[in-house]
Design a protein around this ligand. Sequence first.
Ligand code: EPU
Length: 420
Amino acid sequence: MKEKFLIQGGARLEGEVTVSGGKNAAVAILPAALLADSPSVIENVPDINDVRVIIDMLEYLGAKVTFAENVMTIDPRGVDKYDPPYELASRMRASYYFAPVLLGIFKRCEVPLPGGCDLGARPIDQTIKGMEALGARVDTKGGVLVAGAEELTGGDIFLEMPSVGATVNSMLTAVSASGSTTIHNAAKEPHIVDLANFLSSMGAWVKGAGTDVIRIRGGRHLHGANYTVVPDQIETGTLMIAAAATGGDVLITGAIPTHMEALSVKLLEMGVHVTSEDDWIHVRSNGNFRAVNVKTQVYPGFPTDLQQPLSALLTVAKGTSIVTETIFESRFRFLEELRKMGADPRVIETTAIINGVDQLVGARVHATDLRAGAALVIAALMAEGTTEISGVGYILRGYECFDEKLRRLGAHIERVTSEE
Ligand code: EPU
């Protein structure tokens, strides 16, 4: 049985909505809790499919987990395995965050290589380089990341690009390595800072997260911590775009406005009203948009994860927008689906030229990845008539109660199960 969204377009979103905890922060923090010698209590954990996979992984490895009302307790004291099975690990990208954690605990690990959204090539060479720099031997033959070390020792890690995954894995290796590690050219995304804060609250010494250079003094005794996951930057942005798309008036609470500056600036340029303070963002729009040019970049640049949702909005902007994708080459595939809804995009390698049309129309479309799915939902909210979106499993991987939150704001969205 597969789930689909049925969306009747044209409803204006109005009211208040609260952002959930960050997916990409949670999937790094939850494995890290295994490094402690006592239980952690982690709040604001989003109840999404990726988190459910992490729970299965934690339990398989021997941890005791409880999860209710977005609070997770993880007791790592029974962990006695270092080799999660393929069926579990292949279900999500972040499963390889268990590799440095298990390497730190057992001095060896065998973790099947990551699955997750198909966004084109997603190499892990920088993760391997980071682990090797701290003394591990790493092999990936047979599709399994096998790593071992007599001893992990701090050192310098030079990342060739500021990869989120490689930065997380380098940090998680470094906290178990004796001595000082410096990660150069580190990623600066909010989830990196959140992981650093969680590790610090466990007793680790981590400085510089949020800048290009992260320093860690490893080998410290780590204890369980009480921690609250940062609000989801990408969910916040998706809700902002959805509000704008419907000519809506929405107050987004529990957000961190400074994480949203790259998007806010673009929405303002398009003619959307965006105001914010403390932990809220207010988005108002009259449904008319100017075309803009966007280029995805690492944080604090415009996030690749919001490229697809914003591109959906640009399909109805007045004029021609040029969108350049510099992070993941396959993130324009969903534009073919938008074409079925009447959009007029043209893709040349890593650039999409989007000619704005007056009106999208409902169609049967398929989500090919998480953010593509969110983009299709946004397009459907703007379209005339009904849109049927399949591949909803991708969307539920990363957005908590997505359809419910939109419904409460006034969207006509229904989740149905079908045999197809
Ligand atoms: N790259 C390499 N070698 C590596 C690692 C990365 O060449 O060893 C390249 C990638 O091919 C890509 C670029 O570096 O072109 C950036 O990749 P990065 O490693 O930063 O991405 P990731 O860690 O695989 C995380 C998020 C993604 C998000 C990207 C970029 C998690 C679990 N995933 O992926 O989130 O798009 O960073 O910000 O944190 C999503 O949430 O929908 C999602 C895909």
